[in-house]
Structure formats: structure tokens, C-alpha cells
Design a protein around this ligand. Structure first.
Ligand code: SF4
Length: 190
């Protein structure tokens, strides 16, 4: 299945309760040939209104961080584990992640990236578990590359703090920025 077909399925999806409260599903966007995927947790209010990922304040910050290491959104693929906004921006429930995550799995298999940046704890926990790596928590895991062998070849998981977390706790901002500098080095080798 191609990315456009996955996107169409997400937009029409009614597999979990989040379809009832969404304005738009947010399948994700970017290059189908991206070497780098960035995966967050779930859409927020702005994302739900526009049907696009990371378009609010956290998205602006993400754009800045990407630009600082010479990447543009058009050259990467950005998405979330859960494709519809949980009401009030609550954390997605385990059953919502379980029902929705096959879309992400299909997107990954379709794009076959070399690096997946896990934006925040939920994303890192899901992707580590999915690929059989013990997740030590985001504080310990962040800023380090984890090699994965998959059916389509080797790739690297690279967890960082969620950009939104650095809006609420500004002390995390330089940590995120430093992790993006490390990401730049990884990117230059793929
Ligand atoms: S969150 Fe995922 S599973 Fe639930 S309705 Fe949206 S696309 Fe479907």
C-alpha cells in the first residue's frame, strides 16, 4: 500500500472513539523518499483544525530545530502514533495507540527511513517496544542512537524530548537543541 492510500484510510477511519471528536484526522506529511521520519504522540488543537502535523507552537519550534541542522520539512516525513486529537490534549489511551499504530507501522514500511526521531516519551516507548528494545525512559534514552534490524534493513531510532515539553520547561530547550546537533551528525552519515 502506498502513502497516499494509507493517508486516505486514516482520513476515513472510524476504528476508535477519537473519530467522533476530531475535526480532521492528521495522517502526516512530507517526502515519500525521506531518510528521516519524525514521530510524535498525537495531534493537538491546531493540528486537528488544519489536518497537518506539528503546526502549532511546538511545530514552529520543530521547524526551527530542523532549519538549524539544515533540514526542511519537505525533506523529512512528520507524523504521530495516534492520528486523531485526543479531547483536551489528554494523553492517548493505550487502546487508542494499539488501534491506530498499524497506520504508523505501514508508513514506516512504506518510507523505509534510515533514522526515526522519536519526539517524546510516548513515541519512544511505542517504537522501542515495537522493535524489541527495552525502553529506559525518555530522560535516559534521549540523545542516543539505537540500531534496529527490520524486515526492510537497518535503521536508527533517535529519541529526543518532545518540543512541547521544552515550551513548558524552558530548561529542556538547550538539551533538545544539543540533541538535534547530534542528529545532524547521524544524518550526515546516511
Ligand atoms: S485515532 Fe487512529 S484509529 Fe482512531 S479514528 Fe483516528 S485514525 Fe482511526
Amino acid at each position: 500500500m502506498g502513502l497516499e492510500e494509507i493517508s486516505a484510510q486514516v482520513k476515513a477511519c472510524e476504528k476508535c472513539q477519537l473519530c467522533k471528536s476530531r475535526t480532521n484526522a492528521v495522517p502526516g506529511e512530507g517526502s515519500p523518499h525521506a531518510k528521516i521520519m519524525l514521530v510524535g504522540e498525537a495531534p493537538g488543537e491546531n493540528e486537528d483544525l488544519q489536518g497537518r502535523p506539528f503546526v502549532g507552537r511546538a511545530g514552529q519550534l520543530l521547524n526551527e530545530m530542523l532549519a538549524e541542522i539544515g533540514l526542511r520539512r519537505e525533506n523529512v516525513f512528520i507524523t504521530n502514533i495516534v492520528k486523531c486529537r485526543p479531547p483536551g490534549n489528554r494523553d492517548p489511551l493505550p487502546e487508542e495507540k494499539a488501534i491506530c499504530s498499524p497506520y504508523l507501522d505501514m508508513q514506516i514500511e512504506c518510507i523505509q527511513p534510515k533514522i526515526i526521531v522519536c519526539l517524546g516519551r510516548h513515541s519512544a516507548e511505542y517504537l522501542f517496544t515495537r522493535y524489541g528494545i527495552e525502553f529506559p525512559g525518555i530522560t535516559l534514552a534521549r540523545g542516543k542512537p539505537y540500531k534496529v534490524d527490520s524486515l526492510f534493513g537497518h535503521f536508527t531510532l533517535f529519541p529526543v524530548y518532545h518540543p512541547a515539553a521544552t515550551i513548558y520547561n524552558q530548561q529542556l530547550r538547550p538539551v533538545l537543541r544539543a540533541d538535534f546537533q547530534k542528529l545532524q551528525k547521524l544524518v550526515s552519515n546516511v
